[in-house]
Design a protein around this ligand. Structure first.
Ligand SMILES: Nc1ncnc2c1ncn2[C@@H]1O[C@H](COP(=O)(O)OP(=O)(O)O)[C@@H](O)[C@H]1O
Ligand SMILES: [Mg+2]
Length: 402
């Protein structure tokens, strides 16, 4: 700054809260405009159709077999385009699973629903480092499970509501007061059953509990409730809320906020499985170390107070991995040597396809392959399906299958 500039009287400074408030309102209005331009309110988001080959892959049958069913007119039929290409909606695919189960021999089941005695699986995606890929992982896992035929509930536990936004719910416009998970966890009379805050998504088989900033109340109210001894303790509250809807779902995927507060603690207490996302870089791994230490201490206290701390599985998932990066490879090797089988075999690679899809609030499962360089899309999808397939196998094992 020049001396002349220094001697100028400062422009009338506005109070920081006025300035920030203005920025927030302007930004919110612009974001809303941007969204309306992308998705006009009349054009509700719908899921694309799937090719015959994709459908066969999702069901787990040979593409030739699906073609034969279609040619012979057996079971749910595809739509046939002008060029003779067959395509299926996700509802058709689910109906095909049911058809195969009814008509086939009992040795293999295509509908993966829970059976008598199988517990609801609650998978928490955690780490207190922002940007470690929690939301991306949770969204793609939940959508994958829905595509594979599991009745899936995604829970957005992050007040920043990125998972909700990815599913078309902009927090400050579409999610009103008492319409987040906080409604089902709160300690006062305004508490609502979880079923009242669950919303459908445009993914058949995937429902969501959206988030907004209101979830922060839980961090403030829980210490007060602990102090006054009112209500159930925080570590049974999410369990209690889920119990009410458990018959409707096979798997719950929880996207946790980037802090180890009462929201995350409540999620960890309700979890049957824990997925820790980690970007393989020194600072991220050091931060994760702090997270693990704190988690261990806090959960130890909960366990002493009678909380149930048993899990089916716990895994580290390497995210935004760049195979050509030497230091990242060293970090992955280091983690594998430390944690062994607790690191998933497949990492999620860094891909412009994932990042670009995110710009239009979409996942790789929603975007059409035509919108990308094919090799980029294919590589990303393969990595994603490998990761999710590995998690699906853990889910099966949790139910004593496979
Ligand atoms: N595999 C990936 N390839 C490229 N970008 C990714 C990938 N995973 C996540 N990202 C991007 O990194 C950023 C942070 O990811 P996010 O899932 O929001 O992390 P978190 O929820 O832990 O804060 C987002 O902009 C996201 O689009
Ligand atoms: Mg997030």
């Amino acid at each position: 700054m020049s001396p002349a500039a220094l001697s100028q009287p400062a422009p009338a400074a506005r109070a920081i809260h006025t300035l920030v408030g203005e920025h927030a309102r302007d930004l919110s209005a612009k974001l809303q405009q941007h969204r309306l331009a992308l998705f006009p309110p009349t054009a509700a988001k719908t899921l694309r159709r799937f090719t015959s080959g994709e459908a066969a892959g999702l069901i787990g049958v040979d593409p030739g077999y699906l073609r034969r069913l279609s040619l012979e007119g057996r079971g749910p039929q595809p739509e046939v385009g002008p060029s003779g290409r067959r395509s299926y909606s996700i509802e058709d695919i689910q109906a095909l699973r049911a058809y195969l189960d009814e008509s086939g021999k009992a040795e293999r089941r295509y509908l993966p629903h829970r059976r008598e005695g199988d517990h609801l699986q609650v998978i928490c995606v955690v780490n207190f480092k922002g940007g470690s890929g929690k939301t991306t992982t949770a969204a793609h896992l939940a959508q994958y499970l829905a595509l594979r035929g599991y009745r899936t509930l995604a829970v957005d536990l992050d007040p920043q509501a990125s998972l909700s936004a990815l599913h078309g719910y902009q927090p400050e416009f579409d999610v009103g007061e008492n319409e987040t998970l906080y409604a089902a966890l709160r300690y006062d009379d305004a508490r609502r059953p979880l079923s009242e805050v669950i919303r459908r998504t445009y993914f058949p088989g995937l429902d969501i509990v959206p988030a907004n900033i209101e979830l922060m109340e839980y961090e403030h109210e829980t210490p007060k409730a602990l102090g006054s001894g009112t209500g159930d303790l925080f570590f049974t509250r999410l369990d209690g809320a889920l119990a009410e809807v458990e018959a409707n779902y096979d798997v719950v995927v929880v996207d946790c906020p980037p802090q180890l507060g009462f929201l995350t603690m409540s999620a960890l207490c309700a979890a049957t499985a824990v997925l820790v996302t980690v970007h393989p870089q020194m600072l991220d791994v050091m931060s994760m170390c702090q997270f693990l230490l704190m988690t261990s201490d806090l959960l130890g206290v909960v366990a002493e107070a009678g909380g149930n701390m048993s899990y089916d599985w716990m895994r580290y998932l390497v995210t935004r991995y760049e195979p050509g990066d030497g230091p990242q490879n060293q970090m992955v090797s280091f983690m594998r040597s430390m944690f062994g089988e607790h690191v998933l075999n497949y990492p999620m690679v860094k891909s412009t396809a994932v990042a670009d899809a995110g710009i239009t609030k979409q996942t790789l499962y929603e975007v059409s392959r035509d919108a990308f360089t094919r090799s980029t899309y294919d590589r990303a999808l393969e990595a994603l399906n490998n990761v999710n397939g590995e998690i699906e196998a853990l889910i099966a094992r949790g139910w004593g299958r496979g």
